[in-house]
Design a protein around this ligand. Structure first.
Ligand code: PDD
Length: 285
């Protein structure tokens, strides 16, 4: 069955789907996005992702491209037409098409693109082994809370990670504290067993998976602190993991080439991963 993309009101063959050359998303990265996992047909944390999309749009004064209820339907329809029961839905909204001029043009309609693809959200081998990260300087702008499509620093970071044989790069601020991964939030469990992740202000993306895992950690009575942690603390941590829509809770077993704890995925990471998936899907496959 051919892939389908939704572009501005039409379901189109994927290979033919396109936007205008003067789309401000293309010209200025003037747009925002969300990635929602689909697992066993469930749109994972859909409400949270749509709320954050609304916030990103509001911060940039981009209107909703359609009512949220309709958007939910289109997301489902794109997944359905592409026969996705395990994978991701990608939603991008840009300010729209206008002659190239930096300030916001008046009276244009936002561009809406929705695609969906298959992905293995439960990669047993990777989870059982854990992944490695490297640390790199965080060279991004100061509004990281907006889920903007301007992702060049993250592309550069992910490329560096790949070249180093790592799965992700953790970005580090000028004070030596980890901000987050290029496409994930960063967590450690300290030597004394405290779960730590950075508080979500404008320095990081307020991850939807992060928020869910904070709730689960509290439910499970795991000691939790929201604060920045240094690279040195991460090296000395008992456990490390990342959270993201596309990775759920992924154990990290190496940082900059050195093992975390005993070099195996930690029990807290594993139990939070199971709890996250079970709480959203009812544990079904
Ligand atoms: N990225 N931090 C950054 C910089 C991210 O890009 C992401 C997600 C996260 C995790 O947020 P969430 O739990 O809401 O997915 C944190 C998506 C998956 C992406 O760009 O592909």
């Amino acid at each position: 069955m051919p892939r389908v993309a939704y572009v501005n009101g039409r379901y189109q063959p994927f290979a033919e789907a396109c936007v205008h050359v003067e789309d401000r998303g293309f010209q200025f990265a003037d747009g925002v996005y969300e990635v929602v996992a689909v697992d066993g047909g469930v749109l994972m944390d859909e409400d949270g992702h749509l709320e954050r999309l609304g916030r990103s749009l509001r911060e940039l004064q981009i209107p909703w491209p359609m009512p949220v209820r309709a958007l939910r339907q289109v997301m489902r329809e794109v997944a359905r037409r592409n026969r996705i029961t395990e994978g991701t839905i990608y939603v991008q909204v840009t300010r729209g098409v206008a002659p190239r001029d930096f300030k916001y043009p008046k009276g244009i309609l936002p561009t809406l693109v929705i695609t969906s693809r298959r992905a293995n959200l439960n990669p047993t081998e990777r989870v059982e082994k854990g992944v490695s990260v490297i640390t790199i300087p965080d060279i991004r702008w100061q509004r990281r809370d907006i889920k903007s499509v301007a992702l060049l620093p993250q592309c550069m970071g992910k490329q560096r990670a790949a070249e180093a044989g790592a799965y992700e790069a953790w970005m580090v601020d000028e004070t030596g504290h980890v901000t987050e991964g290029t496409s994930s939030n960063a967590w450690i469990v300290t030597a004394d067993g405290t779960l730590v992740t950075r508080h979500a202000n404008t320095n990081i993306l307020r991850g939807i998976t992060r928020m869910a895992v904070v709730g689960l950690a509290q439910q499970h009575g795991i000691g939790f602190q929201e604060r920045p942690f240094t690279v040195a603390e991460a090296y000395a941590a008992r456990e490390a993991f990342m959270t993201a829509a596309t990775n759920y809770v992924m154990p990290i077993t190496r940082i900059d080439g050195a093992p975390v704890g005993d070099g195996r995925p930690g029990p807290i990471a594993i139990s939070l991963r199971h709890a996250y998936r079970a709480s959203r899907t009812g544990g079904s496959r």
